[in-house]
Design a protein. Structure first.
Length: 115
Protein backbone atom coordinates (compact mmCIF):
# COMPACT_ATOMS: atom_id res chain seq x y z
CA UNK A 1 0.00 0.00 0.00
CA UNK A 2 1.13 3.49 -0.68
CA UNK A 3 1.69 6.07 2.03
CA UNK A 4 -1.07 8.60 2.66
CA UNK A 5 -0.22 12.03 4.03
CA UNK A 6 -3.00 13.31 6.28
CA UNK A 7 -2.69 17.00 5.53
CA UNK A 8 -2.79 19.93 7.90
CA UNK A 9 -6.33 19.90 9.36
CA UNK A 10 -5.75 17.47 12.22
CA UNK A 11 -2.30 18.96 12.90
CA UNK A 12 -3.83 22.42 13.23
CA UNK A 13 -6.52 21.08 15.58
CA UNK A 14 -3.87 19.34 17.68
CA UNK A 15 -1.69 22.45 17.83
CA UNK A 16 -4.69 24.56 18.90
CA UNK A 17 -5.45 22.21 21.80
CA UNK A 18 -1.80 22.03 22.88
CA UNK A 19 -1.50 25.82 22.69
CA UNK A 20 -4.51 26.21 24.98
CA UNK A 21 -3.01 23.72 27.45
CA UNK A 22 0.20 25.64 28.06
CA UNK A 23 0.95 25.52 31.76
CA UNK A 24 -0.82 22.22 32.34
CA UNK A 25 1.27 19.57 34.13
CA UNK A 26 3.07 16.75 32.34
CA UNK A 27 1.40 14.97 29.46
CA UNK A 28 -1.65 17.23 29.74
CA UNK A 29 0.33 19.85 27.87
CA UNK A 30 2.52 17.61 25.69
CA UNK A 31 0.43 14.71 24.32
CA UNK A 32 -2.72 15.30 22.31
CA UNK A 33 -5.10 12.69 23.73
CA UNK A 34 -4.77 13.52 27.45
CA UNK A 35 -4.43 17.21 26.55
CA UNK A 36 -7.72 17.11 24.67
CA UNK A 37 -9.49 15.49 27.63
CA UNK A 38 -8.06 18.09 30.00
CA UNK A 39 -9.08 20.82 27.56
CA UNK A 40 -12.69 19.62 27.49
CA UNK A 41 -12.77 19.42 31.31
CA UNK A 42 -11.33 22.92 31.56
CA UNK A 43 -14.06 24.30 29.29
CA UNK A 44 -16.75 22.63 31.40
CA UNK A 45 -15.22 23.94 34.62
CA UNK A 46 -14.94 27.44 33.15
CA UNK A 47 -18.65 27.38 32.31
CA UNK A 48 -19.53 26.24 35.82
CA UNK A 49 -17.15 28.81 37.31
CA UNK A 50 -18.85 31.69 35.53
CA UNK A 51 -22.11 30.71 37.21
CA UNK A 52 -20.49 30.17 40.62
CA UNK A 53 -18.83 33.59 40.47
CA UNK A 54 -22.23 35.30 40.36
CA UNK A 55 -23.40 33.24 43.35
CA UNK A 56 -20.23 33.94 45.34
CA UNK A 57 -20.36 37.69 44.78
CA UNK A 58 -24.03 37.88 45.76
CA UNK A 59 -23.19 36.05 49.01
CA UNK A 60 -20.30 38.45 49.61
CA UNK A 61 -22.53 41.52 49.14
CA UNK A 62 -25.16 40.08 51.49
CA UNK A 63 -22.51 39.34 54.13
CA UNK A 64 -21.10 42.86 53.90
CA UNK A 65 -24.53 44.45 54.19
CA UNK A 66 -25.49 42.19 57.06
CA UNK A 67 -22.36 43.22 58.98
CA UNK A 68 -23.13 46.90 58.43
CA UNK A 69 -26.80 46.44 59.33
CA UNK A 70 -25.94 44.61 62.56
CA UNK A 71 -24.16 47.74 63.75
CA UNK A 72 -27.29 49.77 62.98
CA UNK A 73 -29.60 47.34 64.76
CA UNK A 74 -31.66 45.98 61.87
CA UNK A 75 -31.62 42.53 60.33
CA UNK A 76 -30.77 42.00 56.68
CA UNK A 77 -34.08 40.31 55.85
CA UNK A 78 -36.19 43.11 57.34
CA UNK A 79 -34.04 45.72 55.63
CA UNK A 80 -34.38 44.13 52.19
CA UNK A 81 -38.11 43.58 52.70
CA UNK A 82 -38.55 47.26 53.47
CA UNK A 83 -36.33 48.24 50.53
CA UNK A 84 -38.69 46.39 48.20
CA UNK A 85 -41.78 47.86 49.88
CA UNK A 86 -40.42 51.42 49.53
CA UNK A 87 -39.52 50.75 45.85
CA UNK A 88 -35.89 51.72 46.34
CA UNK A 89 -34.10 50.66 43.18
CA UNK A 90 -30.63 49.89 44.53
CA UNK A 91 -29.20 46.43 44.09
CA UNK A 92 -27.19 44.49 46.66
CA UNK A 93 -23.88 45.33 45.03
CA UNK A 94 -24.51 49.07 45.25
CA UNK A 95 -25.83 48.85 48.80
CA UNK A 96 -22.80 46.85 49.97
CA UNK A 97 -20.41 49.33 48.32
CA UNK A 98 -22.22 52.17 50.09
CA UNK A 99 -22.01 50.30 53.39
CA UNK A 100 -18.22 50.00 53.03
CA UNK A 101 -17.13 53.20 51.32
CA UNK A 102 -19.80 55.68 52.45
CA UNK A 103 -21.27 54.54 55.78
CA UNK A 104 -23.02 57.88 56.41
CA UNK A 105 -24.98 57.60 53.17
CA UNK A 106 -25.82 54.00 54.03
CA UNK A 107 -27.14 55.12 57.44
CA UNK A 108 -29.40 57.64 55.71
CA UNK A 109 -30.76 54.92 53.42
CA UNK A 110 -31.40 52.68 56.43
CA UNK A 111 -33.20 55.56 58.16
CA UNK A 112 -35.43 56.11 55.12
CA UNK A 113 -36.18 52.38 54.91
CA UNK A 114 -37.06 52.10 58.62
CA UNK A 115 -39.62 54.89 58.54
Amino acid sequence: MSRVKRGYVSRRRHKKVLKNNKGFVGSLSKLYRPAHQAYLHSLANAFIGRKLKKRDFRALWITRMNAALDQLGISYSKFMGNVHKKNIILNRKTLSELAISQPETFKEIVAVVQK
